[in-house]
Design a binder for this molecule. Sequence first.
Ligand code: NAP
Length: 265
Amino acid sequence: MSTSAAVLDVSATALPIFSLVGKKAFVTGASRGIGRACALTLAAAGADVAIASSPAGVPLAEEVRDQIRALGRRSEAYAGDVGARGGVELMCARVLADFQEVDILVNNAGVVRDGLFRKMDRAAWDEVINTNLNSVFDITQRFIEGMAARKWGRVINISSIVGRIGNFGQANYAAAKAGLIGLTKTLAREYARKGVTVNAIAPGFIKTRMLDGVPDRALQSVVDTTPVGRLGEPMEIGASVLYLASPAASFVTGHVLDVNGGMSM
Ligand code: NAP
């Protein structure tokens, strides 16, 4: 086996390794925040992008859809509760009917229902597990076999720093996000020889609606313990998704990419 024959092409012609022209992506939770940034970044790199939101987010999702179309890419917006199995099946069937296939799946939709464990009721636990973890089982199962049949695919799960290190008041959220990491590594092993990579991103604290309920003092403490000294921007997660989705990351699978300004390393 030769390990040195290939000459690395570092000319400008090598740049298409980040091109997603001809690829079809599906991003959940893309009406706002991190999902919106992921959808726009993938479209900017050339992908057609199906986007999803909950029914409440339809007006915002339609704005994102129109922004993607303005980039010259195909886009459609879908609405449904990802935590409800029937809704997911209908939504995924509509995506496949419109796009025929999905090459890049970004499982991003998520919610928080925080509370101390001793006060957390089963409804808050179930809602977060259904929305943030069970949805990823349902949606990934719908698309990953098609990727394997075509011998090319990318699944990118948006986990969290909280799934790695836990967080006060977030037992449900931490369990869901840690579950995503186990799922990611297992799927990476099962699909590695079928041309499908499966990776996760563990964002730190990113400026989105999700931080709206966090008290200023808690956010200041996050900034103080983050080496870069600030919160993250949604586009900084979008850029990481672009890397993992691109042909450039073809030898990366089962990885959890920390994008947290050094808060945990
Ligand atoms: P966000 O601004 O609140 O956006 C959440 C997205 O998920 C929205 O598009 C929302 O749709 C969708 N969504 C929520 N529940 C849904 C449901 N039941 N069915 C369908 N869609 C649903 O939050 P974000 O910060 O961008 O979060 C995106 C992902 O990043 C989440 O998985 C979150 O856990 C993860 N994350 C965030 C941070 C952070 O600091 N922001 C850190 C680590 C990980 P609507 O617009 O219709 O509500």
